[in-house]
Design a protein around this ligand. Structure first.
Ligand SMILES: C[S@@+](CC[C@H](N)C(=O)[O-])C[C@H]1O[C@@H](n2cnc3c(N)ncnc32)[C@H](O)[C@@H]1O
Length: 232
């Protein structure tokens, strides 16, 4: 085939940012992080999960931006990533923290097929891919930690995620600059859902130019008062 017959090469995967931040986050799992970036730049783009313009910033804006939230999870935690899309943050977390048990929830078949192939390529045995909307897993999938990035505004996201949280669990919502504004606007709805103790936490301050912010909310199940016993 000649070059003018239109064979498109996948965009070259970028190198990690200078300064060693990626190595600090991924440690001896750097080869897997590199491979994840390669897959995102190749089939992530050709399958429409990542825009081609994102390729040069796959490390800073996506893989590292997500992986740095690993410092919020205790050893061995079970974590559900709602609306995982291109495995963000779920796959990045699973690479950085092999001790975590990751459950990726994603409704689109094209995306779950891609996620399953990616998890297999990376040899990640700490990840399970679930196809469906978060709401459909109420009562069948739960964890003390639920996370999400770029899925919905906080109140709507909370309605989908609360049924997946165990009592006392935490919703770790990755939010950009809108975090405080969304919290102020949605606080009443969040409290009604049982989400309390809202905290804005910066992650990766020594690794990223702009740290990743998470809005962390604790879920307290409302107790229905026991009915008074009828006197005989
Ligand atoms: C903008 S993408 C973000 C993907 C990824 N989290 C990221 O940051 O790159 C939103 C994702 O949420 C998924 N989604 C939308 N509604 C959902 C729901 N109710 N439950 C679970 N996932 C949902 C979409 O299919 C899509 O993959």
């Amino acid at each position: 085939m000649t070059p003018d017959q239109g064979v498109t090469e996948p965009p070259a995967a970028p190198l990690p940012p200078e300064g060693g931040g990626a190595a600090a986050v991924f440690g001896d799992r750097m080869p897997s992080a590199h491979r994840f970036v390669e897959i995102l730049a190749d089939t992530g783009v050709s399958h429409g999960l990542i825009g081609p313009r994102e390729v040069p910033r796959l490390w800073e804006r996506h893989v590292l931006n997500c992986a740095v939230i690993e410092d919020g999870f205790p050893e061995g935690a079970r974590v559900i990533d709602v609306g995982s899309g291109a495995g963000l943050p779920g796959v990045a977390l699973a690479i950085a923290r092999p001790d975590l048990e990751l459950h990726l929830v994603e409704p689109m078949l094209r995306r779950t097929d891609w996620l399953t192939a990616t998890v297999s390529d990376l040899g990640l045995d700490n990840v399970t891919v679930h196809r469906g909307r978060a709401e459909e897993f109420a009562g069948t999938l739960s964890a003390p930690w639920v996370t999400a990035r770029a899925v919905a505004r906080t109140a709507k996201l909370a309605r989908w995620c609360v049924p997946l949280l165990t009592d006392g669990g935490t919703l770790v919502a990755m939010k950009g600059r809108s975090a405080q504004e969304e919290l102020d606007a949605d606080r009443r709805d969040l409290t009604k859902l049982g989400l309390v103790n809202a905290t804005l936490t910066p992650h990766g301050t020594d690794v990223l130019d702009e740290p990743t912010m998470t809005l962390d909310l604790t879920f307290r199940r409302k107790r229905t008062p026991a009915k008074p016993r009828r006197q005989r």
